[in-house]
Write a protein that binds this ligand. Structure first.
Ligand SMILES: Nc1ncnc2c1ncn2[C@@H]1O[C@H](COP(=O)(O)OP(=O)(O)OP(=O)(O)O)[C@@H](O)[C@H]1O
Ligand SMILES: [Mg+2]
Length: 433
């Protein structure tokens, strides 16, 4: 038997992983490869997986590149799971080591919603009208130009942080408050959490000359009305395969925080084909050649339009939901693509999943969190993620856009998955005092 020569794989991350994701690393190791981790040092990875754990303040893109350049190690592959804000850094590292990956400019174009819109517009992909706004006055004139209803969102946001709708003229009265509160929130996240800005020097390094501020620049977009889905795909050598399509349920406007999700999106074959074609077109418009991608689509009365695309695996439950519904481990597939291993996929539906976010319904302090052991051990409950702790201060939009956690369940039919989810949710509680 010919043994695969051992390769050195660098994984970049902003947070720790689930056991299912660690399994991808175990499987890559069992092929003889060595894994390395680059994180901000905010967690201790599982022992015995990574040959070395590099830690650095990952908000400082240029410094991280220099730090890694000064290490004795070089790598044969560099990849990431979900951390949206680290996709340009991952691409720059891949380039630094001459590895397969997204071009840094491609990753930046996905990261900045303004650059993304321009790339999609150039390629003739269906998108809403949009305007870039660098301050409140520009926001107001963009709303005049685009018209009401419209949506305002930060160019560098994620998880719908700071995104709000102007539904009617009366909303203009709270526009300044919405905008200023959202920017305050984004500024806090830029220091403490995950909304990373890039310095001018870093944007030049990536090859971006029309600079944007990820934290304070906004887009105003025409409001797209209709149901929303997301599609996770894998692209290898420019060929795209859909791995899972999810039905997204979002908060009622003016805010868009996601409430729940079902997978797969149940629809006729013709519509599935339409989704696959649109995703392929979007992926190639962004020039994504070898990478996972997460694309969001709204079906408007004028046809489907793109909300956004990320050159990474979808966040939160998506990894688990695709694993449950297809058996494919997207982290493992991302590693194989980064290694240049030729992949073929045979997607057979294994089950349905249903997920619901745990959201604060008011301002307060997190009190008792209750997750019964029986729910944790229930095989139909595939993921329980609690992302708050007793004593945490919580708020609702536009002051804060956080969620407290989420629960994901599976079943043989959509109704069964939903029933299992509701039963688990009825036993889980997070008190807000
Ligand atoms: N032009 C638009 N028309 C209608 N809804 C929109 C528009 N732009 C954004 N939205 C809504 O706001 C949500 C968040 O926007 P977007 O996906 O661009 O930002 P995000 O912060 O990266 O989001 P998330 O991480 O929640 O997917 C979308 O999923 C959609 O529901
Ligand atoms: Mg989105």
């Amino acid at each position: 038997m010919i043994k695969t020569p051992s390769k050195k794989i660098l994984i970049v991350t902003g947070s720790d992983y689930t056991d299912q994701v660690y399994q991808a690393f175990v499987d890559a190791r069992s092929l003889g490869h060595r894994l390395y981790l680059l994180s901000d040092g905010s967690f201790e990875p599982k022992p015995g997986i990574f040959a070395k754990h590099f830690t650095y303040d990952l908000r400082k893109t240029k410094e991280v590149l220099d730090y890694m350049k000064n290490q004795p190690d070089t790598f044969d592959a560099v990849t990431i799971k979900t951390s949206e804000w680290l996709t340009p850094l991952t691409a720059l590292l891949a380039k630094q080591y001459g590895c397969i990956g997204n071009d840094p400019k491609v990753a930046f174009n996905c990261r900045s919603k303004y650059h993304m819109r321009r790339e999609l517009e150039k390629a003739g992909v269906s998108i809403p009208k949009f305007r870039l706004c660098r301050n409140f006055d520009e926001l107001k004139s963009a709303i005049d130009e685009i018209g009401i209803p419209c949506v305002a969102k930060p160019v560098g946001g994620n998880a719908s942080y700071g995104t709000f709708m102007v539904r009617h003229k009366e909303d203009l009265e709270v526009l300044r408050n919405n905008y200023e509160k959202s920017i305050d929130y984004l500024k806090k996240l830029a220091v403490a959490h995950d909304v990373f800005a890039f310095s001018r020097e870093e944007m030049d390094l990536i090859g971006i000359h029309d600079h944007v501020d990820m934290v304070t620049d906004y887009l105003v977009e025409e409001f797209m009305e209709g149901p929303e889905i997301s599609a996770d795909s894998l692209t290898q050598d420019g060929r795209t395969t859909i791995m899972g399509v999810a039905d997204q349920i979002r908060m009622r406007p003016p805010y868009f925080v996601q409430l729940a999700e079902k997978m797969p999106y149940v629809c006729p074959a013709k519509k599935q084909k339409e989704i696959a074609n649109l995703v392929s077109k979007t992926v190639s418009a962004m020039n994504i050649q070898n990478s996972p991608a997460h694309t969001e689509i709204i079906f408007t009365s004028e046809g489907p339009k793109i909300v956004e695309i990320g050159c990474r695996i979808g966040g939160d439950n998506i990894h688990d939901s695709i694993f449950q519904t297809t058996g494919y481990n997207l982290m493992y597939e991302a590693i194989m693509i980064a290694l240049g291993e030729k992949r073929n996929y045979d997607i057979q539906l294994k089950c349905h999943t249903a997920m619901e976010y745990l959201l604060p319904d008011r301002r307060g302090t997190v009190g008792k969190i209750r997750v019964p052991q029986a729910v944790r051990e229930n095989p139909d409950i595939t993921e329980i993620s609690i992302e708050c702790a007793a004593g945490d201060q919580v708020e609702v939009p536009p002051t804060s856009f956080i969620f407290l956690g989420y629960v994901c369940a599976k079943g043989g039919t959509p109704a069964e998955a939903q029933k299992n989810l509701k039963s688990a949710l009825s036993q889980i509680s997070i008190n807000i005092q």
